[in-house]
Ligand binder design. Structure first.
Ligand code: GDP
Ligand code: MG
Length: 441
């Protein structure tokens, strides 16, 4: 049992403050990862600087080692960089028409995404109309019609003889008389930034009351996507960004830089060619994808969520003063449980993932034992928990009955508990206060 409890104690052992060396070593790795992910160099520089400033001298949280503490800060700052919270399209009151204009370079995924969003909004009860305002590519109107049909959403088109702004105006009238409350305008892109394209978009904006302008960018283009976003925002004005083809982009550089450079939130990410492949953008998920440390991050998150730092400090203090009692025993077990139980903690440790088990450790068995022990301790009175010495045979008998176990198990637990206390006394430096070794990430 003490072996199992040590898992909890281990979390308490890493103490102290983050030194400059800790932070710099950890940040070197992070910096490399960011540059490999094609994140804008200035963003990387600014980012690592701010992490460093925040991290050096900071207390290492109970439950984490210094490397993990740095990851924790990096994780938070990175999520912040991408906007922290998910951003959704906002609509006008449902009796009014919300007009959304899609802009972006040719091939970025505007037409596909228009249909994807239409499907999402339809399932939320919106009455959506799509307007085909790409009059340059012959197949563009047809493409929107086909996709709209697949989604069960009406498409308004006037061929390619009219100006996009006029088509947009006609689409608004159609939407109003038709009782639609959302109109999404699909526009034409160009291969590169182009004055004509920008003018055309501005003209549409001046002709109809566009509520939100959404920029569609191809995430595979990395830093180019960021430059494109900057120019579109400057010329046309952009409210939010949709990153497409993230299914083919393993780096996430565009995701990280766009928000930091342009200040525009990412609303959705395209994850494939199918019309259902559009997901809400979650900055925290993107962070763990970019850091490539999903498991470690999950562990940090859990430690953070569940370990009440004050309780942990109190526990540590008491252990040092050898005041450890059954109350605390219970507390440490419940902390372990809150972290997801032994087996899930073991599963998250690097190299042990995928349900593999330590060779000499049956975690199912251990968890069953834990439950029995908890039952025994719950059957004790508060006084008995705090001062196990008062437990005489009749008390032990009562406890055993209450917990539904044999009295020998109660005896065994008390004996192990006394042994553990003795062990702690012999090794006063073992818990907390010990010198911390250097650890990598
Ligand atoms: P537009 O010129 O901006 O309207 O771009 P399209 O909507 O025509 O899309 C261009 C190509 O990108 C098409 O072949 C789409 O199927 C593809 N595409 C769009 N979004 C995604 C995505 O999220 N993932 C993948 N793999 N392909 C996408
Ligand atoms: Mg198109």
């Amino acid at each position: 049992l003490s072996e199992k409890l040590q898992n909890v104690f281990k979390n308490l052992r890493s103490k102290g403050r983050l030194t400059e060396d800790d932070v710099k070593a950890a940040l070197r790795e992070v910096k490399m990862a960011l540059l490999e992910a094609d994140v804008n160099f200035r963003v990387v520089k600014q980012f690592t600087k701010s992490v460093q400033e925040r991290a050096i001298g900071q207390d290492v949280m109970n439950g984490l080692n210094p490397g993990q503490m740095v990851i924790k800060i990096v994780n938070e700052e990175m999520t912040k960089l991408m906007g922290s919270e998910t951003t959704e399209i906002d609509f006008k009151p449902s009796n009014e028409l919300t007009i959304i204009m899609m802009v972006g370079l040719q091939g970025a995924g505007k037409t596909t995404t228009t249909a994807k969003i239409a499907g999402k909004l339809k399932s939320k009860g919106k009455k959506v109309l799509l307007a085909a305002c790409d009059v340059y590519r012959p197949a563009a109107i047809e493409q929107l019609k086909i996709n709209g049909e697949k989604q069960g959403v009406e498409v308004f088109a006037m061929g390619n003889k009219n100006k996009p702004a006029d088509i947009a105006k006609a689409a608004v009238n159609h939407a109003i008389s038709n009782g639609n409350n959302v109109l999404i305008i699909d526009t034409a892109g160009r291969l590169h930034i182009d004055e004509e394209m920008m003018d055309e978009l501005v003209e549409i904006k001046n002709s109809v009351d566009v509520h939100r302008t959404l920029l569609v960018v191809d995430s595979m283009t990395g830093q180019d996507a960021v430059n494109v976003a900057g120019t579109f925002d400057e010329k046309v004005g952009v409210d939010g960004v949709i990153l497409t083809k993230l299914d083919g982009d393993t780096r996430g550089g565009a995701a990280l830089s766009i928000r930091a450079v342009t200040g525009k939130p990412i609303l959705f990410v395209g994850m494939g060619e199918k019309l259902s492949d559009l997901e809400q953008f979650y900055p925290d998920r993107m962070t763990s994808r970019i850091l490539g440390m999903g498991d470690v991050l999950t562990m940090i998150e859990k430690a953070q969520e569940t370990i009440d730092e004050n309780k942990a400090k109190e526990l540590e203090r008491k252990m040092k003063q050898n005041e450890f009692d059954f109350e605390m025993y219970l507390e440490s077990m419940s902390q372990m449980r809150k972290m997801g139980g032994l087996s899930s903690i073991l599963g998250m440790l690097p190299g042990l993932g995928m349900g593999s088990k330590l060779p000499d450790f049956d975690s199912d068995e251990a968890e069953k034992n834990m439950a029995r022990i908890e039952a025994i301790i719950y059957s004790m009175t508060p006084e008995e928990r705090r001062n196990p010495k008062v437990m005489n045979p009749s008390r032990k008998n009562r406890i055993a009955k209450g917990a539904g176990v044999n009295i020998s198990e109660v005896n065994k637990l008390i004996k192990q508990f006394e042994q553990m206390k003795k062990m702690m006394k012999q090794m006063p430096g073992m818990f907390g206060g010990g010198k911390r070794g250097k650890k990598g990430l």
